[in-house]
Design a binder for this molecule. Structure first.
Ligand SMILES: NC(=O)c1ccc[n+]([C@@H]2O[C@H](COP(=O)([O-])OP(=O)(O)OC[C@H]3O[C@@H](n4cnc5c(N)ncnc54)[C@H](O)[C@@H]3O)[C@@H](O)[C@H]2O)c1
Length: 341
Protein backbone atom coordinates (compact mmCIF):
# COMPACT_ATOMS: atom_id res chain seq x y z
CA UNK A 1 0.00 0.00 0.00
CA UNK A 2 2.77 2.35 1.06
CA UNK A 3 4.62 1.42 -2.14
CA UNK A 4 1.65 2.50 -4.28
CA UNK A 5 1.14 5.78 -2.37
CA UNK A 6 4.81 6.64 -2.78
CA UNK A 7 4.71 5.63 -6.43
CA UNK A 8 1.69 7.83 -7.12
CA UNK A 9 3.32 10.78 -5.40
CA UNK A 10 6.47 10.34 -7.43
CA UNK A 11 4.58 9.79 -10.64
CA UNK A 12 2.82 13.11 -10.24
CA UNK A 13 5.86 15.03 -9.03
CA UNK A 14 8.01 13.73 -11.92
CA UNK A 15 6.90 14.01 -15.47
CA UNK A 16 8.25 11.28 -17.74
CA UNK A 17 11.83 11.72 -18.91
CA UNK A 18 10.63 12.23 -22.45
CA UNK A 19 8.84 15.46 -21.57
CA UNK A 20 11.07 16.99 -18.91
CA UNK A 21 14.44 18.63 -19.54
CA UNK A 22 15.77 18.31 -16.01
CA UNK A 23 15.73 15.62 -13.39
CA UNK A 24 16.71 15.78 -9.70
CA UNK A 25 19.79 13.68 -10.57
CA UNK A 26 20.98 16.28 -13.17
CA UNK A 27 23.70 17.68 -10.93
CA UNK A 28 27.05 19.08 -11.99
CA UNK A 29 29.00 17.47 -9.12
CA UNK A 30 27.25 14.17 -8.47
CA UNK A 31 27.99 11.83 -5.59
CA UNK A 32 28.33 8.41 -7.24
CA UNK A 33 28.11 4.85 -5.86
CA UNK A 34 29.71 2.16 -8.05
CA UNK A 35 28.73 -1.44 -7.17
CA UNK A 36 30.84 -4.39 -8.32
CA UNK A 37 33.73 -1.93 -8.60
CA UNK A 38 36.57 -4.46 -8.21
CA UNK A 39 35.86 -6.21 -11.54
CA UNK A 40 37.33 -5.83 -15.03
CA UNK A 41 35.49 -2.56 -15.71
CA UNK A 42 35.01 -1.12 -12.24
CA UNK A 43 38.59 -0.32 -11.26
CA UNK A 44 39.19 1.86 -14.32
CA UNK A 45 35.72 3.39 -14.27
CA UNK A 46 36.06 4.49 -10.63
CA UNK A 47 39.43 6.03 -11.41
CA UNK A 48 38.07 7.98 -14.42
CA UNK A 49 34.98 9.16 -12.52
CA UNK A 50 37.21 10.34 -9.66
CA UNK A 51 39.35 12.35 -12.10
CA UNK A 52 36.18 14.07 -13.35
CA UNK A 53 34.16 14.50 -10.15
CA UNK A 54 36.72 14.35 -7.32
CA UNK A 55 38.02 11.40 -5.27
CA UNK A 56 35.64 11.86 -2.35
CA UNK A 57 32.56 11.98 -4.59
CA UNK A 58 32.94 8.47 -6.00
CA UNK A 59 32.31 5.62 -3.55
CA UNK A 60 33.67 2.29 -4.77
CA UNK A 61 32.01 -0.89 -3.46
CA UNK A 62 32.03 -4.65 -3.89
CA UNK A 63 31.67 -7.85 -1.85
CA UNK A 64 35.40 -8.53 -2.03
CA UNK A 65 38.22 -7.15 0.06
CA UNK A 66 40.04 -4.41 -1.85
CA UNK A 67 43.83 -4.33 -2.11
CA UNK A 68 45.62 -1.70 0.02
CA UNK A 69 46.34 0.28 -3.20
CA UNK A 70 42.63 0.40 -4.12
CA UNK A 71 41.72 1.43 -0.57
CA UNK A 72 44.27 4.23 -0.64
CA UNK A 73 42.77 5.68 -3.85
CA UNK A 74 39.47 6.84 -2.31
CA UNK A 75 36.35 5.80 -0.41
CA UNK A 76 35.52 2.09 -0.49
CA UNK A 77 32.60 0.34 1.26
CA UNK A 78 31.43 -3.26 1.39
CA UNK A 79 28.10 -3.44 -0.48
CA UNK A 80 26.17 -6.54 -1.50
CA UNK A 81 23.54 -5.67 -4.12
CA UNK A 82 21.36 -8.40 -2.63
CA UNK A 83 21.19 -6.50 0.67
CA UNK A 84 18.68 -3.71 0.04
CA UNK A 85 18.83 -2.26 3.55
CA UNK A 86 22.60 -2.00 3.51
CA UNK A 87 22.51 -0.38 0.05
CA UNK A 88 19.87 2.14 1.11
CA UNK A 89 21.91 3.12 4.16
CA UNK A 90 24.94 3.74 1.94
CA UNK A 91 22.85 5.81 -0.51
CA UNK A 92 21.31 7.97 2.23
CA UNK A 93 24.39 8.37 4.42
CA UNK A 94 26.56 9.36 1.46
CA UNK A 95 24.04 11.66 -0.32
CA UNK A 96 24.33 9.57 -3.47
CA UNK A 97 22.96 11.05 -6.74
CA UNK A 98 24.02 8.38 -9.24
CA UNK A 99 24.42 4.58 -8.99
CA UNK A 100 26.51 2.65 -11.48
CA UNK A 101 25.61 -1.02 -11.01
CA UNK A 102 28.43 -3.18 -12.39
CA UNK A 103 27.72 -6.22 -10.19
CA UNK A 104 26.99 -9.25 -12.34
CA UNK A 105 27.86 -12.82 -13.15
CA UNK A 106 28.99 -12.86 -16.77
CA UNK A 107 27.97 -15.27 -19.55
CA UNK A 108 30.31 -18.26 -19.09
CA UNK A 109 30.28 -18.13 -15.27
CA UNK A 110 26.51 -17.56 -15.28
CA UNK A 111 25.90 -20.80 -17.20
CA UNK A 112 27.68 -22.67 -14.36
CA UNK A 113 25.80 -20.78 -11.57
CA UNK A 114 22.25 -20.18 -12.73
CA UNK A 115 20.71 -19.34 -9.33
CA UNK A 116 23.50 -16.93 -8.46
CA UNK A 117 23.30 -15.23 -11.87
CA UNK A 118 19.55 -14.75 -11.47
CA UNK A 119 20.01 -13.35 -7.97
CA UNK A 120 22.86 -10.91 -8.66
CA UNK A 121 21.87 -9.83 -12.17
CA UNK A 122 18.12 -9.54 -11.57
CA UNK A 123 17.35 -9.16 -7.84
CA UNK A 124 20.53 -7.15 -7.28
CA UNK A 125 19.69 -4.88 -10.19
CA UNK A 126 16.05 -4.52 -9.11
CA UNK A 127 17.26 -3.41 -5.67
CA UNK A 128 19.37 -0.63 -7.16
CA UNK A 129 16.57 0.37 -9.55
CA UNK A 130 14.10 0.60 -6.68
CA UNK A 131 16.58 2.76 -4.75
CA UNK A 132 16.85 5.01 -7.79
CA UNK A 133 13.07 5.42 -7.71
CA UNK A 134 12.89 6.12 -3.98
CA UNK A 135 15.79 8.57 -3.91
CA UNK A 136 15.51 10.12 -7.39
CA UNK A 137 18.87 8.86 -8.59
CA UNK A 138 20.39 8.40 -12.01
CA UNK A 139 21.10 4.69 -12.50
CA UNK A 140 23.34 3.13 -15.11
CA UNK A 141 23.54 -0.66 -15.48
CA UNK A 142 25.36 -2.14 -18.47
CA UNK A 143 23.72 -4.57 -20.83
CA UNK A 144 25.59 -6.67 -23.38
CA UNK A 145 25.67 -8.24 -26.84
CA UNK A 146 24.64 -11.35 -24.85
CA UNK A 147 21.13 -9.89 -24.58
CA UNK A 148 20.66 -10.88 -28.23
CA UNK A 149 20.08 -14.45 -29.40
CA UNK A 150 20.26 -16.77 -32.41
CA UNK A 151 17.12 -15.27 -34.03
CA UNK A 152 18.54 -11.72 -33.87
CA UNK A 153 19.92 -10.38 -37.19
CA UNK A 154 23.67 -10.95 -36.68
CA UNK A 155 25.24 -8.31 -38.93
CA UNK A 156 25.06 -4.67 -37.86
CA UNK A 157 22.46 -5.59 -35.25
CA UNK A 158 20.31 -2.50 -34.57
CA UNK A 159 19.23 -1.17 -31.15
CA UNK A 160 15.68 -2.33 -31.59
CA UNK A 161 15.40 -5.91 -32.83
CA UNK A 162 14.55 -9.50 -31.86
CA UNK A 163 15.87 -10.36 -28.39
CA UNK A 164 15.53 -14.05 -27.52
CA UNK A 165 18.80 -14.85 -25.70
CA UNK A 166 19.66 -18.48 -24.93
CA UNK A 167 21.91 -17.91 -21.87
CA UNK A 168 20.83 -17.08 -18.34
CA UNK A 169 23.14 -14.04 -18.54
CA UNK A 170 21.35 -12.76 -21.64
CA UNK A 171 17.93 -13.33 -20.09
CA UNK A 172 18.91 -11.34 -16.98
CA UNK A 173 20.19 -8.48 -19.14
CA UNK A 174 16.96 -8.28 -21.15
CA UNK A 175 15.28 -8.02 -17.73
CA UNK A 176 17.61 -5.13 -16.81
CA UNK A 177 16.78 -3.26 -20.01
CA UNK A 178 13.02 -3.81 -19.81
CA UNK A 179 12.64 -3.09 -16.09
CA UNK A 180 14.86 -0.01 -16.38
CA UNK A 181 12.82 1.32 -19.28
CA UNK A 182 9.59 0.52 -17.43
CA UNK A 183 10.74 2.44 -14.33
CA UNK A 184 11.83 5.35 -16.54
CA UNK A 185 8.42 5.56 -18.18
CA UNK A 186 6.29 4.75 -15.15
CA UNK A 187 8.16 6.58 -12.37
CA UNK A 188 10.50 8.99 -14.19
CA UNK A 189 13.63 7.13 -13.06
CA UNK A 190 16.74 8.31 -14.92
CA UNK A 191 17.73 4.82 -16.07
CA UNK A 192 20.51 4.36 -18.65
CA UNK A 193 22.12 1.29 -20.17
CA UNK A 194 24.80 0.52 -22.75
CA UNK A 195 25.05 -2.79 -24.56
CA UNK A 196 28.78 -3.41 -24.35
CA UNK A 197 30.59 -5.76 -26.72
CA UNK A 198 33.49 -7.91 -25.43
CA UNK A 199 35.87 -5.67 -23.50
CA UNK A 200 39.65 -6.06 -23.89
CA UNK A 201 41.79 -4.77 -21.03
CA UNK A 202 45.49 -4.81 -20.19
CA UNK A 203 45.48 -4.05 -16.48
CA UNK A 204 42.38 -5.87 -15.17
CA UNK A 205 41.38 -9.53 -15.44
CA UNK A 206 38.22 -10.46 -17.34
CA UNK A 207 35.49 -11.86 -15.09
CA UNK A 208 34.30 -15.01 -16.92
CA UNK A 209 32.67 -13.89 -20.18
CA UNK A 210 32.65 -15.62 -23.58
CA UNK A 211 34.95 -12.96 -25.06
CA UNK A 212 37.70 -13.42 -22.42
CA UNK A 213 39.88 -15.20 -25.01
CA UNK A 214 40.61 -11.80 -26.58
CA UNK A 215 42.44 -10.80 -23.37
CA UNK A 216 44.01 -14.20 -22.57
CA UNK A 217 45.54 -14.46 -26.07
CA UNK A 218 47.78 -11.42 -25.42
CA UNK A 219 49.11 -12.79 -22.12
CA UNK A 220 49.80 -16.21 -23.68
CA UNK A 221 51.38 -14.71 -26.79
CA UNK A 222 53.90 -12.85 -24.65
CA UNK A 223 54.49 -15.63 -22.12
CA UNK A 224 54.26 -18.86 -24.15
CA UNK A 225 54.24 -17.65 -27.77
CA UNK A 226 51.14 -19.79 -28.30
CA UNK A 227 47.44 -19.89 -27.39
CA UNK A 228 44.78 -22.59 -27.44
CA UNK A 229 41.52 -20.82 -28.25
CA UNK A 230 38.19 -22.07 -26.90
CA UNK A 231 36.35 -20.50 -29.89
CA UNK A 232 36.72 -21.57 -33.53
CA UNK A 233 38.78 -19.44 -35.97
CA UNK A 234 35.82 -17.83 -37.79
CA UNK A 235 33.81 -16.75 -34.72
CA UNK A 236 33.44 -12.98 -35.27
CA UNK A 237 32.25 -10.91 -32.33
CA UNK A 238 32.02 -7.17 -31.59
CA UNK A 239 34.82 -5.96 -29.29
CA UNK A 240 36.13 -2.76 -27.72
CA UNK A 241 39.28 -1.63 -25.91
CA UNK A 242 38.71 -0.78 -22.25
CA UNK A 243 39.88 2.89 -22.39
CA UNK A 244 37.20 3.58 -25.04
CA UNK A 245 34.55 1.72 -23.03
CA UNK A 246 35.35 3.74 -19.90
CA UNK A 247 35.47 7.14 -21.61
CA UNK A 248 32.24 6.40 -23.47
CA UNK A 249 30.55 5.32 -20.24
CA UNK A 250 31.62 8.49 -18.42
CA UNK A 251 30.29 10.60 -21.33
CA UNK A 252 27.02 8.65 -21.41
CA UNK A 253 26.57 9.07 -17.66
CA UNK A 254 27.05 12.82 -17.97
CA UNK A 255 24.84 13.25 -21.06
CA UNK A 256 21.88 15.53 -20.39
CA UNK A 257 18.53 13.76 -20.55
CA UNK A 258 17.26 15.82 -23.47
CA UNK A 259 19.94 14.25 -25.73
CA UNK A 260 18.88 10.69 -24.95
CA UNK A 261 16.19 9.53 -27.35
CA UNK A 262 16.18 6.05 -25.80
CA UNK A 263 17.36 4.56 -22.50
CA UNK A 264 19.43 1.64 -23.90
CA UNK A 265 22.07 2.00 -26.62
CA UNK A 266 24.31 -0.37 -28.57
CA UNK A 267 27.97 0.61 -28.24
CA UNK A 268 30.69 -0.89 -30.42
CA UNK A 269 34.15 -0.28 -31.82
CA UNK A 270 35.29 -3.11 -34.15
CA UNK A 271 34.69 -6.81 -34.79
CA UNK A 272 37.19 -9.62 -35.31
CA UNK A 273 37.43 -13.39 -35.12
CA UNK A 274 40.18 -15.49 -33.43
CA UNK A 275 41.98 -16.05 -36.76
CA UNK A 276 42.15 -12.29 -37.42
CA UNK A 277 43.41 -11.34 -33.95
CA UNK A 278 45.98 -14.17 -34.12
CA UNK A 279 47.22 -12.74 -37.44
CA UNK A 280 47.56 -9.25 -35.90
CA UNK A 281 49.61 -10.69 -33.05
CA UNK A 282 51.75 -12.79 -35.43
CA UNK A 283 52.60 -9.62 -37.40
CA UNK A 284 54.15 -8.33 -34.17
CA UNK A 285 55.37 -11.63 -32.59
CA UNK A 286 56.30 -13.87 -35.57
CA UNK A 287 56.82 -17.03 -33.42
CA UNK A 288 53.22 -16.90 -32.14
CA UNK A 289 51.08 -19.98 -32.95
CA UNK A 290 47.34 -20.44 -32.39
CA UNK A 291 45.44 -23.73 -31.97
CA UNK A 292 41.70 -24.23 -31.55
CA UNK A 293 39.70 -26.40 -29.11
CA UNK A 294 36.13 -25.05 -28.99
CA UNK A 295 34.22 -25.75 -25.74
CA UNK A 296 30.72 -24.84 -24.42
CA UNK A 297 31.44 -21.15 -25.05
CA UNK A 298 31.31 -21.74 -28.82
CA UNK A 299 27.52 -22.22 -28.68
CA UNK A 300 27.17 -18.99 -26.68
CA UNK A 301 29.29 -17.02 -29.16
CA UNK A 302 27.38 -18.51 -32.11
CA UNK A 303 24.16 -17.04 -30.71
CA UNK A 304 25.53 -13.47 -30.54
CA UNK A 305 25.82 -10.70 -33.16
CA UNK A 306 28.92 -10.45 -35.35
CA UNK A 307 28.72 -6.66 -35.44
CA UNK A 308 26.55 -3.93 -33.91
CA UNK A 309 24.94 -0.83 -35.36
CA UNK A 310 25.72 1.83 -32.76
CA UNK A 311 24.86 4.83 -34.95
CA UNK A 312 22.18 6.06 -32.51
CA UNK A 313 24.76 6.34 -29.68
CA UNK A 314 27.06 8.23 -32.05
CA UNK A 315 24.27 10.61 -33.14
CA UNK A 316 22.48 11.20 -29.83
CA UNK A 317 25.25 11.62 -27.24
CA UNK A 318 28.44 11.66 -29.31
CA UNK A 319 29.89 8.16 -28.74
CA UNK A 320 33.18 7.74 -30.63
CA UNK A 321 35.87 5.08 -30.23
CA UNK A 322 39.54 6.07 -30.50
CA UNK A 323 41.05 2.58 -30.80
CA UNK A 324 40.72 0.35 -33.86
CA UNK A 325 42.01 -3.25 -33.99
CA UNK A 326 45.61 -2.29 -34.85
CA UNK A 327 45.85 0.49 -32.28
CA UNK A 328 44.38 -1.80 -29.59
CA UNK A 329 46.81 -4.63 -30.48
CA UNK A 330 49.83 -2.30 -30.27
CA UNK A 331 48.67 -0.79 -27.00
CA UNK A 332 47.90 -4.18 -25.38
CA UNK A 333 51.31 -5.60 -26.29
CA UNK A 334 53.15 -2.50 -25.07
CA UNK A 335 51.20 -2.40 -21.80
CA UNK A 336 51.60 -6.15 -21.12
CA UNK A 337 55.30 -6.39 -22.00
CA UNK A 338 56.23 -4.96 -18.59
CA UNK A 339 54.02 -7.61 -16.82
CA UNK A 340 55.76 -10.47 -18.61
CA UNK A 341 59.41 -9.38 -18.38
N1 LIG B 1 33.65 -7.33 -19.39
C1 LIG B 1 32.94 -7.44 -20.50
O1 LIG B 1 33.46 -7.87 -21.55
C2 LIG B 1 31.49 -7.02 -20.49
C3 LIG B 1 30.78 -7.06 -21.70
C4 LIG B 1 29.44 -6.71 -21.71
C5 LIG B 1 28.83 -6.27 -20.54
N2 LIG B 1 29.55 -6.23 -19.38
C6 LIG B 1 28.85 -5.79 -18.17
O2 LIG B 1 29.62 -4.82 -17.48
C7 LIG B 1 29.44 -4.97 -16.06
C8 LIG B 1 30.78 -5.13 -15.38
O3 LIG B 1 31.42 -6.26 -15.93
P1 LIG B 1 32.88 -6.73 -15.47
O4 LIG B 1 33.51 -7.33 -16.67
O5 LIG B 1 33.57 -5.67 -14.72
O6 LIG B 1 32.48 -7.94 -14.49
P2 LIG B 1 33.39 -8.68 -13.42
O7 LIG B 1 32.88 -10.08 -13.31
O8 LIG B 1 34.83 -8.49 -13.72
O9 LIG B 1 33.05 -7.87 -12.08
C9 LIG B 1 31.81 -7.98 -11.44
C10 LIG B 1 31.99 -7.59 -9.99
O10 LIG B 1 30.73 -7.79 -9.32
C11 LIG B 1 31.03 -8.19 -7.99
N3 LIG B 1 29.88 -8.84 -7.38
C12 LIG B 1 29.48 -10.14 -7.48
N4 LIG B 1 28.42 -10.36 -6.69
C13 LIG B 1 28.11 -9.18 -6.09
C14 LIG B 1 27.12 -8.78 -5.16
N5 LIG B 1 26.22 -9.65 -4.68
N6 LIG B 1 27.11 -7.50 -4.75
C15 LIG B 1 28.02 -6.61 -5.22
N7 LIG B 1 29.00 -6.94 -6.10
C16 LIG B 1 29.04 -8.21 -6.52
C17 LIG B 1 32.22 -9.13 -8.15
O11 LIG B 1 32.92 -9.28 -6.93
C18 LIG B 1 33.03 -8.43 -9.24
O12 LIG B 1 34.03 -7.60 -8.70
C19 LIG B 1 28.50 -6.18 -15.88
O13 LIG B 1 27.18 -5.72 -15.76
C20 LIG B 1 28.64 -6.93 -17.19
O14 LIG B 1 27.48 -7.66 -17.48
C21 LIG B 1 30.87 -6.59 -19.33
Amino acid sequence: MLFFRQSRALATSFRTLATTATHPADVAKPRILVTGSLGQLGIGLVSLLRQKYGNENVIASDIRKPSPEIKAQGPYVFADVLNMQQLETIVVDNDINWIVNLSALLSAVGEQNIDKALAINMTGFTNTLELARRHQLRIMCPSTIGAFGPTTPRDLTPDLTIMRPTTVYGITKVHVELMGEYYAKRFGVDFRSLRYPGIISSDTEPGGGTTDYAVQIFHSALKEKSYKCYLGPETSLPMMYLPDCLEGTVDFLAAPNHLLKQRTYNMAAFSFNPREIAAKIKERIPEFEMTYAPDFRQAIADSWPKSLDDSKARQDWGWKNKFDLDAMTDDMLTALKSHHK
